[in-house]
Design a binder for this molecule. Structure first.
Ligand code: ADP
Ligand code: 5GP
Length: 229
């Protein structure tokens, strides 16, 4: 049975980095390539990071009910094609969706046993550093992303797992462990996943992170510009 994993995060948290790394090390996992109306950035290639389509084509796909979910993010449409889930089911692979908070809510209502993971930066300053380091956005865009992040992270408690992306190597291990522990749990097979995967996954479970998350949330509340959007 195909397991659907949803991963969301404020832009710049390191989600793409983590996703790319786990795709290399977790077998039988497929990345759902979304459709978007935003133009490609940097070295992005059509059909690799996204399918880049004109707005009219995206709207036609909406009318023809080709999306499992879609949303408007930063003024552009983004959507998950139903075909990806069908394909994963046919080939017996699990599916990883990198989608925003609105898309995650739509998937959870349609596929209640989807596993959701929210990636958080260690604090607001580190997020700002990473957005600058990535070097893809102008200053006004960075400020907009930071203001949006402050609102997005308020949704953290709707997710099953919270991954604080501090040290990259540890975060890759933690994400891998969540995927393997859930896969194991659903298989009903005893002890195929390593116990250390189970322990690492438990450490990230929502009910176990509430205290760790408070200072991160506070770093956004105190420095966010009033009414900043
Ligand atoms: P997102 O997909 O969430 O927008 P990226 O994966 O593009 O974020 O990461 C933003 C920047 O932060 C990139 O330059 C990436 O190399 C860097 N980065 C990611 N994870 C970490 C980490 N744990 N520590 C330091 N830098 C990181
Ligand atoms: P970016 O433009 O930085 O690649 O992505 C912007 C936001 O859109 C991110 O939060 C990303 O997770 C989200 N996103 C990417 N694909 C989809 C999708 O298919 N559906 C939804 N709802 N959000 C998506």
């Amino acid at each position: 049975m195909t397991t659907v994993y949803i991963i969301s995060a404020p832009s710049g948290s390191g989600k793409s980095t983590l996703v790319n790394e786990v795709l290399k090390i977790v077998p039988g996992l497929e990345f759902s390539i979304s459709y978007t109306t935003r133009p490609p950035r940097g070295s992005e290639k059509n059909g690799r990071e996204y399918f880049f389509v004109p707005r009219e084509e995206f709207e036609k796909m909406i009318r023809e009910d080709e999306f499992l979910e879609y949303a408007e993010v930063f003024g552009n449409y983004y959507g998950t094609a139903r075909l990806f889930l069908q394909d994963a089911k046919e080939t017996g692979r699990d599916l990883l969706l990198d989608i925003d908070v609105q898309g995650a809510a739509q998937i959870k209502s349609k596929i209640p046993d989807a596993v959701s993971i929210f990636v958080l930066p260690p604090d607001r300053n580190r997020l700002e550093e990473r957005l600058r380091k990535r070097g893809q956005d102008a200053e006004d865009v960075i400020q907009r992303r930071l203001a949006t992040a402050a609102r997005e992270i308020e949704n953290y408690s709707k997710y099953d797992y919270i991954l604080v992306n501090d040290r990259l190597e540890e975060s890759i291990e933690a994400l891998k462990s969540i995927l393997l522990a859930e896969r194991h749990r659903r298989s009903g097979v005893q002890r195929s996943a390593d116990d250390s995967d189970m322990a690492r996954a438990e450490h990230c479970r929502l009910s176990n992170v509430r205290e760790r998350v408070q200072p991160i949330l506070a770093s956004f509340v105190t420095t966010a510009a009033p009414g900043g959007r």
